[in-house]
Design a protein around this ligand. Structure first.
Ligand code: DC
Length: 228
């Protein structure tokens, strides 16, 4: 991969609340790489659908609309800034209306095809940490390192509730609903690549997860014969 290209591609997949964003940004900062939050792209597409007055459960209308929406997303290692058709959606994509509708919009095959094509263009020659649900399996199966980050449902709900100031019980039920939709959809579901490094962050703080990822990247980069 890859040293002859623009740098490594690191794929970080996993369910909501596993700590992907914090860890992905920290890895990108440590290594001087770009960062792509693909969830923010699906959220921006969802915000555009809602703003256009389209029912997010009307798959045909969503499929006809989303591929034509012009999305812009930042790639520096910081919370993603996104806009669609020139309007800034950075705050709106984290709100409850988008969170409630994003699983339906992101399950539409035409939406996924459009997003995956854009994600591959943004990945370009590499030098990037990409977080999502299908990065190691579909978007960048030749990534230098694939990580599947998970945590038990109660830990994930507690983290999300803290971030969003919401009730933990409601958050856990909402995460369970989104996990179910994200893993059961036909088009590129949330899935673990067979060659992914699986990390459970239930009892690990973000620094420890970052350290594991950097060590795995060193191992992957070491020439054969120098492996411990
Ligand atoms: O990571 P997040 O919670 O911001 O993602 C929002 C939604 O987008 C999530 O419900 C699943 C979907 N998603 C996806 O289907 N594929 C990705 N690569 C990233 C996110």
């Amino acid at each position: 991969m890859r040293a002859d290209r623009g740098g490594p591609v690191i794929a970080i997949d996993g369910p909501s609340g596993s700590g992907k964003s914090t860890v992905a940004r920290a890895v990108a900062t440590r290594l001087g790489l770009r960062y792509l939050d693909t969830g923010a792209m699906y959220r921006a597409a969802t915000a555009a659908v809602l703003a256009a007055g389209i029912d997010p459960d009307d798959a045909a209308a969503v499929a006809a609309y989303v591929p034509g929406v012009e999305l812009e997303i930042s790639t520096e290692p910081a919370p993603a800034r996104v806009s669609a058709g020139g309007s800034d959606l950075t705050t709106e994509i984290r709100g409850p209306a988008v969170t409630a509708a994003v699983s339906a919009v992101s399950a539409v095959p035409a939406v996924r095809a459009a997003m995956v094509a854009r994600q591959r263009r943004l990945i370009g020659a590499g030098g990037i940490v990409v977080e999502g649900r299908d990065i190691g399996t579909v978007v960048a199966p030749a990534a230098d390192l694939k990580v599947f980050l998970t945590a038990d449902p109660a830990a994930r709900a507690a983290r999300r509730a803290l971030e969003t100031d919401a009730d933990v019980g409601r958050t856990e039920a909402d995460l369970a609903r989104r996990d179910r939709l994200d893993t059961s959809r036909a088009a590129s579901p949330l899935a673990q690549a067979p060659d992914a490094l699986v990390l459970d962050s239930t009892d690990l703080d973000p620094d420890a997860v970052v350290a594991e990822i950097l060590a795995a990247l060193d191992r992957a980069a070491a020439p054969a014969g120098q492996q411990p």
